[in-house]
Write a protein that binds this ligand. Sequence first.
Ligand SMILES: [Zn+2]
Length: 315
Amino acid sequence: MGNRKRIEKTRREVLQQLVGAAAAVPLTRLLPAPAQAETGAADLTLRLARGQQKAPVARVKAPPAVESFSWQPPYRPEAALPENAVPLPILMYHRATVARVFEAQLAGMLAAGYRPLSLHSALKGLFGEEELPAMPIVLTFDDGWRIQYDAVFPVLKQYKVPATFFVMPGFHEHQEGYMDWDQLAAIADFGMEVESHTLNHADLPRLAKTDWGAVLAEVVISKQLLEERLGRTVRYFDYPRGYQNEQIRQVVQAAGYEAAVAIGPGVHQSAAVPYALRRIRVEAWDTWWSVAHKLNWYGAGPDQLNREEPEPAEG
Ligand SMILES: [Zn+2]
C-alpha cells in the first residue's frame, strides 16, 4: 500500500487515537486546527528556508577543484536564544555527498578535536543529564537518499562515528534513489539513529491549512512505521525544508518526539528550544576548511571551542 493510501486509510484511526490519548497528554488543544496564517518567527523561518532552495544541491555532480572555486559563504545571522544557550553545532547533509569529500571533512573534523555525538547523547548534554564533551558536533543526513548508504555509511563505519539519518519511511516504494527497509535496518543495527522526516516530505504548515488529518498522519505514522519496522524508539523529528510554526511544533511534541531539528542557521542550542534545533548546511563541495569556516563564523570554530580545561583545584 502506498503512503498516500495509507494516510487516507488510517487518518480516522489516527484522529481517534489522538483524541483518545488526550486524556493522558494535552492533545485537546491541538484539535481542531485553527486555519491561521503563519506569522512572526515561523513566517521568517519559512522564508529563510525558501531562500535556501535557490541553490539546488542535487545538481552538483562532483566537487569543483578547491583552487578554482570562488566560495561565497551564504551566512545569515543566528537568531537570539535564551542566555543558557550552549555551542552544539549540528551539521546538515543532503543528497549530494561524495565519499572522499565526506571522508576528508570527517578526518579534518576529528583532527581538529571535534567529538561527533549521536543526537541522543548531544541532547542529554543539552538537557543537563550528561556532561557535554569540549567540542561536541552532531552529523545529520536528511531524506534517506540511497547515496548516503553507499557513500556515507561506509565512512562513518570506518571512523566509528555516530550520525543521525532523518528518513521518510516507505518512500523508496514510490520514488527511486532512497534507502529501502533493509538498508535502514542495516544503519540502525550498526548504531546510527534513524529518525522521522515525515512520510512524504510534506510541507506541514501548508498542509495544516487544508488537511489537518494528513499532518497528523505525516507526523504520527512516520514514527510508528519506523518503530515497528526497525524495532527501536524514534525520538526526533526533522521538518521537511525546515517549514514549521508553533502549531506544527506542538503536534510534533504531542506525538511523542523529544526534539526536532530545523534549518538553522546557527550553532547554539538551548534546552528551552528543543523543537527548533539549529543546523548548519554542509554542501557537497565543502572542504573541511569551509566547514570549519562556517563553524567559526557562528562562534563554534575549532579555536573558539577548544578552550583549555580549568586546572583542577588542589587539595
Ligand atoms: Zn528533507
